[in-house]
Design a protein. Sequence first.
Length: 153
Amino acid sequence: MDRAGIKWEAEDGQSMLEMTVGTVFLLLIVLILFEMAMLFYSYIAVLNASREGALFASSHPELASDVSSPYYATYLEITRAEANAAGLVADETFLVIDRPELLEGSAEPLDPIMVTVHYQLINPTQGIILPVLGRMGLFQSAWMSAATRMPIR
């Protein structure tokens, strides 16, 4: 007992409440960090896919003007394989690979060619909805794009 005559055991409930609130707060921070890490990892994978596609397109600049080129399927396959190797869903619904475009208008050596890749990341934690707080602004899905310019070789 303390001076006021109240037993110390009455504070046990306060400690449990503080621990519960603290644990929920820490779990929310971990969830937010996990989602941000997924966004960053996916963006790096999309950027690497666009770089790989730009590297191939810089060796075959005719891809920008002729979609029927025999190299166009190889260009799509190489770019898609790079995204797939990073664990991204590489089907046409989620991964969109634009045709390479010449920025100077001609296919002269050292003119830049640009490859753009778009990806829709579906969040695996989208089913987590917190009471009262909902999703707290966390994303359900996110579109990201990466473009790479490469000089024609």
